[in-house]
Design a protein around this ligand. Structure first.
Ligand code: XMP
Length: 530
């Protein structure tokens, strides 16, 4: 078993997922629990996660340095490495900031921790601090252009440190590094599993995992059944997206007709959403309730320009509607007690899901909810990542058209319109969105795109249209690739496709003067602009 000490990284849970993929048991704990957990659980290895703090700040989360003397292999990742250096006599400073891809080179391949790694590959960084002096006994394994101490070790003490993130999808060979660490940890469990793991390349997907998935589905259904009980009803916030669809199917399987799907048309969704949703529920022979809230939604967003406020208004409005529905059902003696949401882990962690984590944005269905609610939340996918939800959907036999759809955020177009959401700007956003989708489809690219959308940036620029001056809005196009949402890269669209999108948007969407393409990775930029 490996203990992961959580210093508040966005990806602590993801480290846990990767270690589990290697067939190793994981426990995620808070820093202050470390001594007790080491004593009681006797882990074979410890991973110190990343986190948003700086080790030299007052009250930065820390651990008792005695753990470095126990002889248990320790891997520090990002903040974890900086804390290791700080506690053992090295020096950490506010250094060169790096967010996103970096080229990493191994200088010293003699160590077991770099087994089967090539000399050079791409890794993902996300740090503002840097180790500038290593503690005694530590050696450099490899560096990137910006970070001399990107991978370090003290193999006598089995202590290792990485400035980059091996757990994220876009770090090449990340799983191999974690595998090497688990081997150093000498896990009995792990060795039993190793033959299966050996055949896999960068993404480990074993028969054991497929079985695990089957068991997971069974477990989720049982949990839903147990939570909901024998009599209560569940209303479900469904959007036609894969997360809420998979959550709905699992709930139907668990409680049958005691599940009532509700779609709130808030006017911020893509045009085809309602039709698509009806199609899904026709398949499972349940008629969703459709609530038209278009006018009211826009009224509540009037004058609102702050992204967090937008999310909170939308989250609160949803709950208000669902609680009204609950009351109506109760009046008919139908005991509705639960609200099903398709919340997944990336929604949770960005909304400050753990003790030491920073709030990145309040996803409308997590941090954007009112503090008091009459409905109890049912979130069976809360601990899963997007690609795991897709796998569950496929395993449940959902057709590709239901599963392989672009995610669309609950606050919809509102968070793709910087500044106030007016009827006019909403129409502009909708028109531009249709153009981007049509052009991706025509080029045969749409099916491979994770997420695509235009953003009304709120910036204005000068254009000459038909010899006249136009001081119109700048539209940014964002098209990204990702699997688990935790990291993403921008899609290298062919120039001709970009040109067609640009020409069509400036020609067909009124009051647009300029189109730009967003070439920022996540991190640092989140996928949505707000
Ligand atoms: P970010 O912008 O956080 O987006 O990198 C990651 C994924 O989450 C979606 N997203 C949301 N989904 N409510 C949602 O249901 C929200 O408030 C929200 N904010 C972002 C985003 O579309 C992307 O798929």
């Amino acid at each position: 078993m490996i203990i992961i000490v959580d210093f508040g990284s966005q990806t602590t849970h993801l480290i846990g997922r990767r270690i589990k993929e290697l067939g190793v048991e994981v426990r995620i704990i808070n820093p202050e629990e470390i001594l007790a957990k080491v004593k009681n659980d006797k882990p074979e290895g410890i991973i110190l996660s990343g986190g948003p703090s700086s080790v030299y700040e007052k009250n930065a989360p820390t651990i008792d340095p005695i753990i470095f003397t126990f002889g248990i292999p320790i891997l520090g990742i990002c903040y974890g490495l900086q804390l290791t250096a700080h506690l053992l006599g090295g020096r950490v400073v506010a250094g060169k900031k790096e967010y996103g891809p970096a080229e990493f080179r191994i200088q010293n391949s003699e160590f077991r921790i770099v087994d089967e790694l090539p000399q050079q590959f791409t890794v993902w960084m996300s740090h503002g601090d840097e180790v500038v002096r290593l503690p005694k006994g530590f050696k450099v394994i490899g560096s990137s252009d910006g970070v001399p101490f990107a991978f370090v070790e003290n193999s006598n003490k089995k202590i290792y440190g990485l400035q980059f993130h091996p757990e994220v999808e876009h770090t090449q060979h990340g799983l191999q590094m974690l595998k090497n660490f688990t081997e150093i940890c000498d896990l009995n469990n792990y060795f039993k599993h190793q033959n299966k793991v050996k055949d896999q390349k960068s993404k480990v997907k074993t028969t054991a995992q497929s079985l695990k998935l089957k068991n997971e589905i069974k477990e989720i259904k049982e949990k839903i059944k147990k939570t909901v009980g024998e009599k209560d009803y569940v209303i479900g916030a469904v959007s036609g997206g894969v997360d809420s669809t998979v959550a709905a199917i699992l709930t139907v399987k668990a409680v049958g007709k005691r599940f009532i799907p509700i779609f709130v048309n808030n006017g911020l969704m893509r045009d085809e959403t309602e039709e698509h949703l009806k199609k899904i529920f026709r398949k499972i022979k349940i008629k969703p309730i459709v609530i038209n809230a278009v006018g009211e939604m826009l009224k509540r967003l009037k004058g609102i320009t702050d992204p967090e406020q937008k999310r909170k208004i939308i989250g609160n409005f949803y709950i208000e509607i669902f609680e009204q529905e609950m009351k109506k059902f109760k009046a008919q003696k139908i005991p509705v007690r639960f609200l099903l949401q398709g919340t997944i882990y990336s929604d949770v962690i960005e909304s400050q899901g753990t003790k030491n984590a920073a709030k990145i944005k309040s996803h409308h269905n997590v941090g954007g909810l009112p503090s008091k609610m009459r409905l109890k939340l049912l979130e069976p996918l809360r601990h899963f990542y997007k690609d795991e939800v897709l796998e569950i959907g496929e395993k449940l036999g959902l057709p590709d058209e239901f599963v392989k759809r672009q995610p669309f955020p609950g606050p919809g177009y509102a968070i793709r319109i910087r500044g106030e959401v007016t009827t006019e700007r909403l129409l502009m956003e909708r028109q531009a969105d249709i153009i981007v989708l049509e052009e991706l489809k025509k080029a045969g690219i749409l099916k491979n795109v994770f997420l695509s959308f235009p953003v009304l940036t709120g910036a204005l620029s000068t254009a000459v249209k038909g010899d006249g001056r136009n001081f119109g809005e700048v539209v940014a196009i964002r098209v990204v690739e990702s699997k688990d949402i935790m990291t993403s890269v921008w899609t290298r669209l062919p120039y001709e496709v970009l040109q067609r999108m640009s020409s069509r948007i400036v020609n067909e969407v009124p009051n647009v003067s300029r189109v730009v393409y967003d070439i920022t990775t996540k991190p640092p930029a989140t996928m949505e602009w707000e």
